[in-house]
Ligand binder design. Structure first.
Ligand code: SF4
Length: 341
């Protein structure tokens, strides 16, 4: 598979009144054409900032790139002037936001919002606008398009609004769709419908999807590969099977143990990860997870772990892989995959 995106040694920070927050710290990953890659972690781990860096969505200032490179189809994004990035944003890389209510214009009918983007992007002539707007609504599973076209966002359900957001993200026929927590504000049934829609679009339109989520159930259902982020770093990466069946990082294991599955008895205590994420004003010298890790050793507090290869696609940033470390079998929730797929 061809690489469509190459992120190398990306570091991104924000100036604040309290100092500089190092939100993304030396992150590297590739995305292959046509795959669904998930970025998972707790809030504040750097996953959304990483995704937004890909199309320079973070306001600068206060944000700034302190290091790294982002190549989209071989073109450097970081140094790209605003005029050029505007051509990539939406047209080549679409973005679906978490909360459709804050992204849709409440004072404008849905159809007109779609048409406005066609006009901005000079995609169709005036006569074609409505027909194309109805076509794209149909593509995202809105069958009574004519009625929806004439409605305002507040007249639509949460799931319908998210479908409209997906329609807007698809307008430029982008090669990559970045979906940032696209189902967080939806109930479970609607969430399943939206995830099915994204999966269908990926299969039928052969799109690449980068999915940001805190929910490993969503990852299991949707993704080919996973990046687990913690404290602004990728601490484990691998195929979905690697992450669920052969967990090699205590943080990933903690995430897996903290989620309910269909077989979880309602009286069973889930195990939350004790403690809080690291202070990114002054990140720890050693492993970012050390303060919460039950396996932490002396070296963990003093030295950043190396990234160890478990296979050619599965890596973990953890000293437990050092040849002198104790042997540990990390608990994981193997049954989750078969439950949700
Ligand atoms: Fe835990 Fe040490 Fe591994 Fe960090 S490097 S996850 S503290 S064992």
């Amino acid at each position: 598979m061809d690489k469509i995106l190459e992120v190398k040694n990306l570091s991104y920070s924000f100036y604040t009144y309290g100092g500089i927050v190092k939100a993304v710290r030396d992150v590297s990953f590739d995305v292959n054409e046509g795959e669904v890659i998930g970025i998972v972690g707790e809030s504040g781990c750097g996953k959304s900032v990483t995704a937004q860096c890909i199309i320079k969505l973070n306001p600068e200032p206060p944000g700034f790139f302190s290091n790294g490179s982002i190549l989209y189809k071989g073109k450097e994004i970081i140094k790209m002037p605003d005029k050029e990035i505007m051509k990539i944003r939406g047209l080549e890389i679409g973005f679906i936001f978490q909360d459709p209510m804050t992204s849709l214009n409440p004072t404008m009918k849905v159809g007109k919002q779609i048409e406005e983007i066609f006009v901005q992007r000079k995609l169709y002539n005036k006569k074609e606008l409505k027909e194309k707007a109805l076509e794209i609504l149909k593509l995202v599973g809105i069958s009574d398009g004519e009625r929806r076209y004439n409605q305002y966002p507040h007249e639509l359900s949460g799931g319908m609004k998210q479908r409209v957001m997906i329609a807007i993200a698809l307008i430029g026929n982008p090669s990559i769709i970045i979906a940032d927590e696209p189902t967080t504000s939806l109930d479970v049934t609607i969430e399943a419908q939206i995830l099915d829609l994204l999966k269908d679009l990926q299969r039928n339109l052969k799109r690449t999807i980068i999915l940001i989520t805190h929910d490993l159930g969503v990852i299991a259902k949707m993704c080919d590969r996973v990046l687990v982020m913690y404290g602004g770093k990728i601490v484990e990466r691998g195929l979905v099977d690697d992450i669920f069946y052969n967990t090699k990082h205590p943080y990933t294991s903690g995430l897996l143990c903290s989620i309910a599955s269909l077989e979880t008895d309602k009286d069973t205590d889930l195990q939350p990860i004790e403690g809080t994420p690291p202070d990114l004003f002054s990140p720890p010298l050693g492993c970012p997870f050390a303060a919460r890790c039950e396996y932490a050793m002396e070296i963990c507090y003093n030295k950043l772990p190396l990234e160890y290869n478990i296979t050619h696609v599965h890596t973990t940033m953890c000293w437990l892989q050092h040849e002198l470390a104790q042997e540990v079998v990390l608990p994981c929730k193997k049954q989750l995959i078969s439950e949700v797929v």
